[in-house]
Design a protein. Sequence first.
Length: 116
Amino acid sequence: QVQLVESGGGLVQAGGSLRLSCAASGRFFSRYKMGWFRRAPGKEREFVASIMWTGSTISADSVKGRFTVSRDNAKNMVYLQMNSLKPEDTGIYYCVAGDGPTYEFWGQGTQVTVSS
């Protein structure tokens, strides 16, 4: 079992930056793939970025070049550095973890609001 707790959300102006953190509890953290999803108001939940235990990453086209996902296995932490934020990045951001083809574990989410 893995528990995930996000932090770092808030209100920021367009063009600004935020860094989201995700603290994971549970054993064998380093073997899990970790990621971030988001849900914008009135929209479906969407994939943002993921990072494997090897450190390899994947990002959605909408955030490439602006968002960077990273992890610190020694601290059981995952991060999402978000730069050049746009109003359309507004939403609830969820930290996720998985030990297979899907993400079995989800955090409660943290709100990110980007004002124009």
